[in-house]
Design a protein around this ligand. Sequence first.
Ligand SMILES: Cc1cc2nc3c(=O)[nH]c(=O)nc-3n(C[C@H](O)[C@H](O)[C@H](O)COP(=O)(O)OP(=O)(O)OC[C@H]3O[C@@H](n4cnc5c(N)ncnc54)[C@H](O)[C@@H]3O)c2cc1C
Length: 374
Amino acid sequence: MDKNSLLIVGAGFGGATLARIFAENNQKVIVIDKRNHIGGNSYDYLNENNERIHKYGPHLLHGDADSKAIKFLSRFTEWTKYEHKVRALLSDMSTTSLPINRNTLEHIFKISLNSDLETKNFLDSIREKSIVPRNTDELFLSSVGEKLANIFFRPYTQKMWGIDPKELDVQIGARLPVRTNRDERYFTDNFQFLPKNGYFSLFEKMLDHKNIQVNLNTEFSKSMEKHYKHNFLCLPIDQYFDYCFGELPYRSLIFENKLMINDNLSASQVNFTDNSPYTRMTQWDLLPNCQSKNKFQHTLTYERPVDISKNPGEYYYPVQTQKSRRIFQKYEKLSKNFDHITFCGRTGLFKYIDMVPAVSIHLQKAYNFLKKIN
Ligand SMILES: Cc1cc2nc3c(=O)[nH]c(=O)nc-3n(C[C@H](O)[C@H](O)[C@H](O)COP(=O)(O)OP(=O)(O)OC[C@H]3O[C@@H](n4cnc5c(N)ncnc54)[C@H](O)[C@@H]3O)c2cc1C
C-alpha cells in the first residue's frame, strides 16, 4: 500500500476497466476482490466435462461495434460470433420464440400474419392502447395485452423480481421488445460475440500490466482507504454507509447445475413461463465457445431467483422501484461529501448494467478522474 496508488474494489468489468486505463496512464493500481477469482459476475471456467460454464448465469455480450467499449475489449480477446436465441417453454411443452415476434404470435394465436403491417394491426387489436404505462404490469398490457402478459410476462416477472409487476418501475419491462418481423435473435445489436477463450481469459489479459496488482480473497474494509490516493468502490453503496437510509433491495439467483443425458434443448436458453421456481435453463455446449461438444451429456444450469437474504453477498439485480430509487438518491447525495471515494459498478451505482455499458461507463469514469488529477 502506498499513498500514490489507487485502490479498486471489485475485479468485474467496472473495476478491471478502471484498472487498465489507470495503469496505462502511469498510475499504480491495487485491485482487490473478496472472491477467489477475477471477472466479477462475468467469470467463466471449464468444468470437468470441458464445458465452459458462466458461473453466475449466461453472459451474452452485445453492443455497438463502433463503440469505444468494444474497441477497448477487442484488445484483450478474439471473438466468436454468436447470436443468442431464447425459447419459452409453454404449458403444452412446446417451445416458442422470445422476444415476442411474428412467429410467436402465429404460434400462440394459431394465425398467419403476412407482413409487418398485418402483425402491427394484430398487436394493436390485442393490446390495451389507451393505457399510458406507469409500471411494468401496465407496460405489458399496453404493449401485448392480457393473454400474452399472462403467458410470457406476469408469472416470469413475479418470480424473477419477487414482487407484483404493478410495483416495478416501467423501465424493467421496457427491456423486453416486441417485434412485428420474424427476427428471433434475442438482441439486435450489430456486435454479438463471445470471447473466443472465455471471459476469464479476457480478464487475465486486461489485468496483466506491470502497474496492476490483484489481491483476491480480500474483503474491503474502510481502514484501507487512508492508504490510497483515491478509492474506487464497486460495492453496495448502502452497505458502505451502514444502511443508514435503509437497505437497497436486490434479487439474487441460485444456480443449479445438472449433468443431463438427453437431446439438445431447442435453444441454448429456455425460459420457464409457468409458476415453477425456475426462470430459465441454459445448455452450455450450445454456445460456440464451449470447448466440449459431447453429443450425449450436457450440463444444464437452472436459475432460481431468491431474495438476497437467501443468498447473502450475491447481489445480482437491483430491484428498481420508486421507493428504492429514493433511498439510492439519499446515498448518492451523501457520497458527494467523500472526496476520496467514487462508487462504481452495478452495486455502487444501484443500476442494472450490461457488460458493454459497464465498460463504457467506467472508461468515462477513468478518463474523468485522470483529467481531474492531471
Ligand atoms: C445473472 C446475470 C446475468 C447477466 N447476463 C448478462 C448478459 O447476458 N449480458 C450482459 O451484457 N451483461 C450481463 N450481466 C451483467 C454483467 O454481469 C455486468 O454488466 C457486469 O458484471 C458489471 O460489472 P461490475 O464490475 O459492475 O460488477 P460485478 O461483475 O458484480 O463485479 C463486482 C465485484 O466486486 C466484488 N466485491 C463486491 N463487494 C466487495 C467487497 N466488499 N470487497 C471486495 N470485493 C467486493 C465482487 O466480488 C465482484 O467480483 C448479467 C448479470 C447477472 C447478475
